[in-house]
Design a protein around this ligand. Structure first.
Ligand code: NAD
Length: 422
């Protein structure tokens, strides 16, 4: 099943549970706009290479499209459509007035020099300029894109407009209109949700494993240590490390920066990515990429709780297995929404040309994330109560993912109705 089909299936399950109208379903099954571009780039050796890029706007019914740009070799239209649709849902789950979009360029970013990356970024932005802008569609960083790339993007778009238009992208450096706290926002947001989840359910957690040690995963591991949780293992694309007494996260970060892989950290067992998922721990954080927990490895997971910082890390079959093992999953569309929430703050600050303190960013982020989790728990409860009072068992054991989709779809459907689209 393709990633986009998987997204539609997740939507369909929740749509059935909440009784979403057929009209709304039909609209959401199709992205509003798809732009495919070819980007010719002069390479450092004088040759021209042409890269394939996409920008997909899944829905703008609740506001301008919002979603990252990914520079990765596996990028294709199906992946970008799926990620754009998740952004529509994610923005609605946390209640920020934005829609869903996503972009991607098929490239192995680490094979390009800085100058080539800059030319690629300027070329991509020029190609998608007609459909982006602070009131239309606002890209941000995603896998293998970063604040420097966003600064080039904002500069290129501003040159094309003939005026400073910094709010065209978010995730910029502080020196050019970035927001305090954007770099760690995804991890910070997931911590707020995670702590609220523990407070609400009474689950006790002492140890964690973190899959993926990039932007999201490395900030997360540091925050966990600050919260007194022992990080037993982490991994990157080369493999994982695990020590039942815990790893020194600051040192792992140092080793990763110096040598390129967490596997060069010496005070731990080297394990494969696959094995790391099965190691004993209380909570497993998934912060690498999509489809990492599947039907063939979900059974071996021993954690009591999974928190998804990556987008789409758990397949639909794996979700069923985890539910049958009573392992709760705080889903991506809620757990990793901190990034898009602070991106929204950045857009608001750019448009007002007035910047907030760290305290203001964190207080507002915490409130939004906690309120979103409350809403998801309420939707879950509402659905479970329905089952108690009826013969219909469809609502039995609604997962947090299904409940989060239900919350989002209710808001999206309301916007469609008020705007006269359905
Ligand atoms: P990143 O490129 O900085 O980090 C990804 C990390 O995962 C790297 O350490 C990489 O080596 C590792 N990795 C790749 N394949 C792996 C595997 N099979 N097993 C273990 N590790 C593996 O990317 P990021 O920005 O941290 O994003 C990670 C995930 O979080 C992506 O799915 C992204 O879409 C999602 N996400 C990120 C943000 C954000 O603000 N950075 C926001 C929302 C969602």
């Amino acid at each position: 099943m393709s990633l986009f089909e998987q997204t539609l299936q997740q939507m369909e399950t929740a749509a059935n549970l909440m009784g979403l109208t057929d009209d709304a379903r039909r609209i959401l099954e199709h992205p509003e706009k798809i732009l495919q571009v070819s980007i010719p780039v002069r390479m450092d050796d004088g040759s021209i290479r042409v890269f394939e890029g996409y920008r997909v706007q899944h829905s703008t019914i609740r506001g301008p499209a919002k979603g990252g740009i990914r520079y990765a070799n596996q990028v294709d239209l199906d992946e970008v459509k799926a990620l754009a649709a998740w952004m529509t849902i994610k923005c609605a789950v946390v209640g920020i007035p934005l829609g869903g979009g996503k972009g991607g360029v098929k490239v192995t970013a680490k094979d390009l020099s800085q100058a080539e990356l800059e030319r690629l970024t300027r070329g991509y932005i020029k190609a998608i300029a007609p459909i982006i802008g602070p009131k239309k569609d606002v890209p941000a960083p995603d896998m293998y894109t970063n604040p420097q790339i966003m600064a080039w993007a904002a500069d290129e778009f501003s040159q094309l407009q003939g005026e400073n238009t910094l709010g065209v992208v978010t995730g910029k450096p502080l020196a050019v209109g970035g927001s305090i706290g954007r770099d760690s926002a995804t991890a910070q947001g997931s911590i707020y949700v995670f702590e609220k989840y523990l407070a609400t359910t009474g689950l006790k957690v002492k140890t964690a494993v973190v899959q993926g040690f990039g932007n999201a995963g490395s900030f997360l591991a540091q925050f966990l240590v600050e919260k007194g949780i022992t990080v037993l293992g982490v991994s990157d694309s080369n493999g994982g490390i695990y020590n039942e007494k815990g790893v020194d996260v600051a040192q792992v970060k140092e080793v990763k920066t110096q040598s390129g892989s967490v596997q060069n950290y010496t005070d731990a067992l080297k394990v494969s990515n696959e094995d790391l998922l099965a190691m004993p721990c209380d909570v497993l954080f998934l912060a690498a990429k999509e489809n990492e927990v599947r039907h063939d490895n979900a059974e071996s997971i021993k954690a009591k709780l999974i928190v998804e910082l990556a987008n789409g890390p758990t397949t639909i079959e794996a979700d069923r297995i985890l539910a049958s093992k009573k392992i709760n999953v705080i889903p991506d569309i809620l757990a990793n929404a901190g990034g898009v929430v602070v991106s929204y703050f950045e857009l608001v600050q750019n448009e007002a040309n007035f910047y907030w303190s760290k305290d203001e960013v964190q207080t507002r982020l915490k409130e939004i994330m906690e309120t979103a989790l409350d809403g998801v728990f309420e939707a879950q409860q509402r659905c479970n109560n329905l089952t108690k009072d009826s013969e219909d068992t469809a609502c039995e054991n609604v997962t947090l993912r299904q409940a989060a989709f239900m919350c989002a779809l209710e808001k999206i459907e309301a916007a469609m109705r008020f705007r006269g689209k359905i």
